[in-house]
Design a binder for this molecule. Sequence first.
Ligand code: SF4
Ligand code: F3S
Ligand code: FES
Length: 249
Amino acid sequence: MSDPVSTPALRKLRFHVLRHDPRDATSVPHFQTYEIEEAAGMTLFIALNEIREQIDSSLAFDFVCRAGICGSCGMVINGRPGLACRTLTQDLPADITLAPLPAFELIADLSVNTGKWMRGMSERLETWVHSLQGDPDLRRLEERMDPDLADRIYELDRCVECGCCVAACGTARMREDFVGAVGLNKIARFSLDPRDKRTDNDFYELVGNDDGVFGCMTLLGCQDVCPKDLPLQTQIAFLRRKMARTGLG
Ligand code: SF4
Ligand code: F3S
Ligand code: FES
């Protein structure tokens, strides 16, 4: 006799996946449906691999770490950007629609080139510590930092560059050069870092414009979807106040 408190019957899941290969001139974007049995603790990572191994080896998607660290598995899951490796099927209905993140170059199916976008943004915003030019005393880099400040910086460094905040942002969809919450978060992070010798004016040059903090329309989608729960709104508000003061001064 079955145990009345045993796990509920597992479902049949139907994945509706947006398929398209832009390198193939004959490819037409369309949804393809795959059916698989749900398993206990199944993530979208597991489900997509099962589909690829057992049903359709041509399905393209990206994964590296399977642990929410590399940021490569971002996709639109039932209309909402998220990390496939951190999404349990049990938290979704039996019909699951998957699409590639918008705002990024499509490689094929669910695979997009977030790396190219992130590299471009990082180069524009120079997202690295700028120490004083020609300063021979490299020990300055080792100066003690206030632990609370180090914690604040560490918190913002948890960004995995998954692109979910960009995909969820209406401004990013309209303005190709908008740096997104990910870029604004990085500028907030470096402007806090005492090792970075850039001035408020330097940061103003980078994001005190419509492709930066003044382009943000406070649509809030970024913070809603960030899989690392970064306080993006607080950072954007902090930068907006800082940039407004710098612009007036
Ligand atoms: Fe992803 Fe959040 Fe970083 Fe945006 S801020 S890229 S949503 S981790
Ligand atoms: Fe976009 Fe977030 Fe601003 S969703 S408009 S960056 S508040
Ligand atoms: Fe690395 Fe999902 S596979 S974040």
